[in-house]
Design a protein around this ligand. Structure first.
Ligand code: NAD
Length: 503
């Protein structure tokens, strides 16, 4: 096989990335597939970050005057670039983030989907006309661009999350400044280059509309603190969101926070066992447990628990672990630190009385520098210790339940609130789960696992997941400011609430 570094260089070239000499402050990028060094990239100096934000601010002032459907044309062109370069970008994502070809391509497809969605949306940024109590008046609600939107993203969806934000922010009339994960800067450089191509084809977009800042948390902090960044959309751990959220709140800036999940599924006595097994297996083991929506807790009704657990154990024992580029279903963890955190969580589970199956490091020929693990299935006596936390690795804690209300209460009784699922063929149970009295998560599914959302719905979660919404439905409103306009077309000045003030 051609070395990954060589493949990466070729892919970057084809995607239009021209890497500058990394200089003193180089960031070394490694593939989690085998630990191989892919290349060094230059990082952004603080002063460059400040000037990029200033340039984006100037661009935003010009861009907001471009009609929204015309702004949509830029995103249509981006969608075309993504379609033309889907294979290359998908491969780059697979190499840099350690995903299977199908998942790498799936991520790019998600980008294409959000572009299509945003193009249509660019003609539908509509407000309301509201009945007014005053004669010869009209009251309406209008939506306006915010200015510069900062985007901070995580390693595990290195391109899709950017596109959710970028496509909506741009059609809404904003400029964008992106600080990607320091673990996946190459995919970010490629996205930026494709948007640059779309901008060139578009023709008269203002300079500086899209900025990319490669660097660590200190660059993210610049975005969080800068007075010319009215909104930061930040995706990553709850610890990151807590830090960024507080900085934004201190200057009354807006936040869209997409943070950690601790997602659960309930398997009821009427569940279709085959469907439930497939749903649980994909959600818990797919992407090596490194999705924000990965299934981490499973509540199985006592009457079906033992049989279901046996089948699950068999699925865990036989799942193919290995080089994701060869199509294995479970690829590597992102790095050694992720492996250590997984082992620490498993130790804590044992201490809390759990029985751990799997979880050990697996050697893969030709990928010795990668951190591959057998996904862990942990039988827990209750929802305690590490079960209450998100460990970003493939660990599924399995618990029994007797009563659905108890299972839903347990499911909700964690700090996070991203995704949830119930497997049932009982209409009452399904409806209960999605009712006011049911799951408290941003995503509540029936007979589908917790992961694998599509772009048409609003994506995000409650509580320590941050409360933000991105992608579909009316998530676009998060990227705009709302104004209420009242217009008097009469020749008197009636006051609301019958107040009189005659001078
Ligand atoms: P991370 O929090 O370590 O880093 C995410 C990004 O935040 C990176 O770009 C990082 O440089 C930046 N960052 C970190 N600390 C910062 C600070 N104090 N100020 C400014 N920027 C800072 O997360 P990760 O390991 O890359 O990703 C995994 C985490 O992301 C998991 O918790 C996962 O659940 C979460 N995630 C959530 C969603 C969602 O939509 N809810 C999606 C993907 C990932």
């Amino acid at each position: 096989m051609v070395a990954l570094a060589e493949q990466t260089a070729e892919l970057l070239h084809g995607l239009g990335v021209r890497l500058e000499s990394p200089g003193q402050h180089a960031l070394t990028v490694r593939s989690p597939v085998n630990g191989e060094m892919l290349c060094d990239v230059p990082t952004c100096a603080m002063e460059t970050a400040f000037s990029a934000i200033e340039a984006a601010h100037r661009a935003a002032i010009a861009w907001r005057r471009v009609p929204a459907p015309k702004r949509g044309e830029l995103i249509r062109l981006l969608g075309e670039e993504l379609r033309a370069h889907k294979a290359a970008l998908g491969r780059l994502v697979s190499i840099e983030a350690g995903k299977s070809p199908s998942e790498g391509l799936g991520e790019v497809q998600e980008m294409i989907d959000i572009c299509d969605f945003a193009v249509g949306l660019s003609r539908q940024l509509h407000g309301l006309t509201i009945a007014t109590e005053r004669p010869d008046h009209r009251m309406m609600e209008t939506w306006h661009p915010l200015g510069v939107v900062g985007i901070i993203s995580a390693f595990n969806f290195p391109v899709a999350v950017w596109s959710w934000n970028a496509a909506l922010a741009l059609i809404c009339g904003n400029a964008i400044v992106w600080k990607p994960s320091e673990k996946t800067p190459l995919s970010a450089l490629a996205c930026h280059a494709l948007l640059e191509r779309a901008l060139t084809r578009f023709g008269d977009a203002p300079d500086g509309l899209s900025q990319l800042l490669i660097g660590g948390r200190e660059i993210g902090e610049v975005l969080a603190d800068h007075p010319k960044v009215p909104l930061v959309s930040a995706t990553g751990s709850t610890a990151m969101g807590r830090a960024v959220g507080q900085r934004l709140a201190a200057r009354f800036a807006r936040a869209i926070l997409e943070l950690g999940g601790n997602n659960a599924a309930i398997v009821t006595p009427t569940a279709d066992p085959d469907l439930a097994l497939r749903g649980v297996a994909f959600a818990a083991m797919g992407t090596a447990g490194q999705r924000c929506t990965t299934l981490r807790r499973l509540f199985v009704h006592r009457s079906v628990h033992d049989g279901f657990l046996e089948r699950l154990k068999a699925a865990y024992a036989s799942v193919s672990i290995g080089n994701p580029l060869d199509g294995h279903l479970v690829g590597p963890l992102i790095d050694a630190a992720a492996f250590s955190r997984m082992q620490a969580a498993l130790d804590a589970a044992r201490t809390a009385g759990g029985t751990v199956h799997g979880g050990e490091r697996v050697g893969i020929a030709g990928c010795e520098g990668g951190y591959y693990v057998r996904p862990a299935l942990v039988e827990m006596p209750g929802q305690i210790g590490p079960v209450l936390e998100e460990t970003f690795a493939p660990i599924l804690y399995v618990m029994r339940y007797d009563d659905l209300h108890e299972a839903i209460a347990l499911q909700n009784d964690v700090p996070q609130g991203l995704s949830s699922a119930i497997f049932t063929n009982d209409l009452r149970e399904a409806e209960r789960f999605v009712s006011d009295d049911g799951s408290d998560c941003g995503i509540a599914n029936v007979n589908i696992g917790t992961s694998g959302a599509e772009i048409g719905g609003a994506f995000g979660g409650e509580k320590e997941t941050g409360g933000g919404r991105e992608s579909g439905s009316d998530a676009w409103k998060g990227y705009m400011r709302r104004a209420t306009n009242t217009i008097n077309y009469g020749s008197t000045l009636p006051l609301a609430q019958g107040v009189s003030f005659d001078v």
